[in-house]
Design a protein. Structure first.
Length: 429
C-alpha cells in the first residue's frame, strides 16, 4: 500500500491537499461483514473494501476472493486501475453486486493491457458480479457517468487497448453478470462507436459475457392498454416488465391509490385481478408502480369500459347488474346471462320500434314470450335455458331459420312468409 500526495489535489488545495492511496499486488480474501445471532446470519454493512466520496488506485495483481457482502463498494467514488493490471473477483457474495457495487457518481477507470475476471460471484437480488445504481444517499441527482470507463488515450481503438473483462458463472435474481440502473450514459460515452444499448459497454473495453446476463431497471410495462371490459366484471392482468435491452424483469407491483378511483384490485406478484367501475363505453387509466426495496418505477395503463353483456345493464353507471326480468338468470362472476326457453330477448329502439345490435342511449334491453317456433336459439337442442352470447348479433342467436327482428317476426332478405306452411315459416321467394 502506497500513500503519497496527489499532484492534482495539491495544486487545487495548496498545502491542504488530499492523499493518493494506491494498492499494488494485494489480496483481499475471506473477509466477512456479518453478524450471527441465534443461528441467524445478518448483513450489518456492505463493502469489504469501502470507499465513500474518495479516489483509490490499484496496480499490479489484485485479488478479491471469497468475501461476503460485496468485495469492492464505491459510493460516489472512483477506482482507477493502472496499466497492466490483473484483477480477479472470485466467489464473492452480497445482497447486490457480489463482486462490485457502484452508487451515485462512481466509476471504474481501466487502462491498457489489463484483465478483469469475474468468476462465481453471486447476489441475493441484483447484479451477480456488478451492481450500479445512479443515485446514492449523498445526493438527489442521478449520475450521467458510465460506470466503467477507459482512462487512456481516447484515440486508441477498443480492440487495440487490450482491456478484457471476463464474466463466468455469476448468479443473481436479476442480472447474473451486471445490473445497471441504465446503460444510456455508457451509450453516450461511446461517442458514436456503440451501435445500440446491447453494445453500450463495448466501446470502453472488450467484454466476454452473454448479453442475457445483463439487466437494467424496468422501462416498459406490458400491457399498455386493456381490452374493453364490462363495468364491474372481474378480469386478470398478467404484468410483464421489460428493461432497456428488452429482457423481462422480475418484480412485484402496487397500484397507486387515488381519490375516487373507479376500480377494485386484488394483486398477487405479477398477476392481478381487477374490477373496473363506471359508465359503459367510458375510459381512464391506472397508475402501476414497481415495488422494490432498491428502486421503483411508475407506469400508466389505459383502459376502456365496454358495454354490459346481454342480460345485464349499467343502471347506476357503476357496474353491470342482472336484468330484473323473471325469465333471465345471471352468473355475476362470469357475467353470463341465461334466457328461459320460449322467451325472446334483444335490444329495442323504442323510438323506431326496431332492434339494435348493442345497447345505447335509445336502445334498451327487452324480453317477452316468443311466438311458437319463431325462437329456435340457433336450432339448439331443447334445454330449459340458453346461454346468451356475449359477442355477435343477439337476434341471430335468438331467431329460427330465416327469421330476424323483434320477436323474430320478420323474414331475412330474400325470403318471405310461407302462408301455406305451418307457423308461417320463412322460405325462398
Amino acid at each position: 500500500v502506497n500513500i503519497a500526495p496527489s499532484s492534482h489535489t495539491k495544486q487545487a488545495f495548496d498545502s491542504k491537499y488530499l492523499l493518493m492511496t494506491k494498492f499494488c499486488n494485494c489480496d483481499f480474501k475471506g473477509n466477512t461483514i456479518l453478524k450471527e445471532t441465534r443461528n441467524i446470519t445478518e448483513y450489518i454493512s456492505s463493502g469489504v473494501f469501502l470507499a465513500t466520496t474518495a479516489t483509490v488506485y490499484f496496480c499490479g495483481t489484485i485479488q478479491f476472493i471469497g468475501n461476503w457482502n460485496t468485495a469492492l463498494y464505491l459510493s460516489s467514488s472512483t477506482a482507477i486501475f493502472d496499466t497492466n493490471s490483473s484483477v480477479l473477483f472470485e466467489g464473492n457474495r452480497g445482497l447486490v453486486g457480489g463482486a462490485l457495487v457502484l452508487y451515485g457518481f462512481s466509476a471504474i477507470f481501466v487502462n491498457t493491457d489489463s484483465t478483469f475476471n469475474f468468476t462465481n460471484n453471486s447476489a441475493s437480488a441484483h447484479g451477480g458480479a456488478i451492481y450500479y445504481y445512479s443515485y446514492d444517499q449523498h445526493n438527489y441527482f442521478p449520475s450521467a457517468l458510465c460506470f466503467i470507463q477507459y482512462n487512456g488515450n481516447a484515440s486508441v481503438h477498443t480492440k487495440d487497448r487490450n482491456i478484457n473483462l471476463y464474466f463466468n458463472d455469476n448468479e443473481a435474481n436479476v442480472g447474473r453478470a451486471i445490473f445497471a440502473s441504465s446503460l444510456h450514459p455508457c451509450l453516450r460515452a461511446c461517442d458514436g462507436e456503440g451501435q445500440n444499448l446491447t453494445h453500450a459497454l463495448e466501446c470502453q473495453a472488450t467484454y466476454h459475457y452473454n448479453t442475457s446476463d445483463i439487466s437494467t431497471m424496468g422501462t416498459e410495462l406490458l400491457p399498455k392498454n386493456l381490452s374493453p371490459t364490462p363495468p364491474g366484471k372481474k378480469f386478470l392482468i398478467d404484468f410483464t416488465t421489460k428493461d432497456e435491452l428488452g429482457h423481462p424483469v422480475k418484480g412485484e407491483y402496487v397500484i397507486l391509490p387515488a381519490r375516487n378511483y373507479p376500480f377494485q384490485y386484488f394483486i398477487s406478484n405479477t398477476k392481478s385481478t381487477f374490477k373496473l367501475y363506471g359508465k359503459e363505453n367510458s375510459n381512464g387509466s391506472i397508475t402501476i408502480q414497481t415495488a422494490d426495496s432498491l428502486y421503483s418505477n411508475q407506469f400508466r395503463i389505459h383502459y376502456e369500459l365496454g358495454a354490459c353483456p346481454p342480460g345485464f345493464h349499467n343502471i347506476d353507471n357503476t357496474s353491470c347488474v342482472c336484468h330484473t326480468a323473471t325469465n333471465i338468470e345471471c352468473d355475476k362472476t362470469t357475467m353470463i346471462a341465461y334466457v328461459l326457453a320460449g322467451y325472446w330477448v334483444g335490444y329495442l329502439d323504442m323510438h323506431n320500434y326496431t332492434t339494435c345490435d348493442f345497447p345505447s342511449k335509445d336502445c334498451a334491453f327487452y324480453t317477452s314470450l316468443c311466438p311458437n317456433s319463431h325462437c329456435h336459439y340457433q336450432n339448439m337442442a331443447a334445454l330449459p335455458k340458453y346461454e346468451l352470447p356475449t359477442e355477435g348479433v343477439l337476434e341471430h342467436f335468438m331467431c329460427g331459420k330465416n327469421r330476424i327482428g323483434i320477436l323474430c317476426r320478420d323474414c331475412v332478405d330474400g325470403t318471405a312468409f310461407q302462408y301455406h306452411a305451418i307457423n308461417f315459416t320463412c322460405g325462398d321467394t
